[in-house]
Design a protein around this ligand. Sequence first.
Ligand code: FPP
Length: 252
Amino acid sequence: MSKWMPFFNKNEKEIQTEKIDNVPNHVAIIMDGNGRWASERGLPRIAGHKEGMEVVRRIVKEAVEQNIKVLTLYAFSTENWKRPKREIDFLMRLPIEFSNKYLPEMIENNVRIKTIGEFDSLPAHTKRSISHAKEKTKQNDGLLLNFALNYGSRDEIVRATKQVIQDVHDGTIAETDIDEAVIAKYLYTEDVPDPDLLIRTSGEHRLSNFLLWQLAYAEFWFTDVMWPDFNEQIFLDALKDYQKRKRRYGGI
Ligand code: FPP
């Protein structure tokens, strides 16, 4: 019996999928369109984020089933602080709600939770809940579920650059040792392999300051579907399309 069975029927839209081969190791997703999805239904924007959280749970489950190693989800950018306070407050409570509802099944399914982004300036209650989820899942060696929270790629690169300069100044590293691998170690993603596949929903075709360094050789896949309508089958469509891609990394 699937380890997920006790949690079935929580979400009636859940879809059974087949297992596929040659999946990407690391999938990154820009979960876009929550606000438009809600507005189209005459609902407040936060209703879209709430529904989006349920989709996160379903896609995590599918990623586990498909043996994907890392799933990085863009949940809140450094630019999202410009949104109305009510929406920010709601988004900052989502990790708490996610943890309250789904941490037991994350633990049960060997999922390890981490974050990338500037953690310290998140609200205290958000940090507490995330730290708890990280602590409870730190021994797990299945899917790494990586939430990008208060994340901005340019900010990440600036921070890394300053730290590299500091370490050269302190003599921790020599200037001559600096190469791509060293720089990668200074990013939030440190020991996580680069994404193989980037998915963006809602019909937008841009990176929005997401993993600019790490996505250098990723395959991109776009859908017009708004994130709250994204599901296991559409996720599989992306994975199957990825299987057909020829990755040349600049070679022939
Ligand atoms: C972008 O859509 C989405 C976000 C800024 C938030 C994404 C967050 C979730 C899907 C939930 C995350 C769950 C956890 C557990 C942290 P938008 O609001 O910009 O949509 P719009 O472009 O239609 O306005």
